[in-house]
Design a protein. Sequence first.
Length: 241
Amino acid sequence: MSPPPSTDYSKVKQDLDHQAPGAIAAMFGRVACRYDLMNHIMGGGLDLYWRWRLVQAVRKQRPGRVLDIATGSGDVLLALERHHAYTGCAIGADFCLPMLQQAQAKRARNLLVGDGLGLPFADASFDAITISWGLRNFVDRLAGLREMRRVLRPGGRAYVLEFSHPAAWLAPLYFWYLRKIMPLYAQFITPERGAYEYLGDSIHAFPSQPELAALMREAGFAQASWTNLSLGIAALHIAEV
Ligand SMILES: C[S@@+](CC[C@H](N)C(=O)[O-])C[C@H]1O[C@@H](n2cnc3c(N)ncnc32)[C@H](O)[C@@H]1O
C-alpha cells in the first residue's frame, strides 16, 4: 500500500509568500472546516471580543447597507445582525467557497462569492464596510482599500480589524510565539501547518498601525484612525470617505 500523500509545506509556504491569490483561496479552502475551532483556540477567545468591538463600533453609526468583505465563516456578518448594528441589509463576500459554506451552515444570509479586489457593486453602494482578518491576505492591499472606498458612499466608513504590531516590550515574545510555537501545535488540529507558518509571517510583515492609516489615506479616505486592542496585538482602523 502506498503511503498517504503528505502536504509539501515548503511549497505551500512558497506560494503564500509570493501571495498567489489562487494559493490563498485554496489554503482557506483547506482549513475552512477547522477555521472557527482554530480561531478560538489560538486566540484564547480574544477573537470573539475583538469582533465584538468591531460590531459595536459599526452599531454606533447604525448604517443602512453594510458589506462584510472576506467574510469567511461569517462571524462578523452574523454578529452584525445579532447586535442590530445596521438598519437595512448586510452582505458577506469572500472568494473562497468552502469558507462561505461554513457561513451558510451557521445560517448566515446574503452571501456572495466575490473578490475584494474587484467587487461586483456600483460606486457608492454601501454606508459601511467591515473586514476582519482579511486585508492582510490581499495580494494588493492598496487596490483593496481603493475598491472599498469606491463602493462606499460619501461619508461612509470602512472598519478594518487586523492583527497588528503589539507594544514594543511584548513584540519579541509575541512574534517568537507566532513563528515557533503556534505552527507546532496548529498541526495537531489541522493538517495545514504551512497555513499557520504563513499566518505568523504575514502578521509580522503587515503594516504597523500608523502605516495602515497612511495607506488608507493614500487609497482616498479622508480620515483614518485606529484603536489598539489587547496591547496592539489587534487594531481596529476606521476610515471615512
Ligand atoms: C482569516 S479569514 C477571516 C474570516 C472572517 N472575516 C473572520 O473574521 O473570521 C480571511 C478570509 O479572507 C478571504 N480573502 C482573502 N483574500 C480575499 C480577497 N481578495 N477577496 C475576498 N476574500 C478574500 C479568505 O478566503 C478568508 O475567508
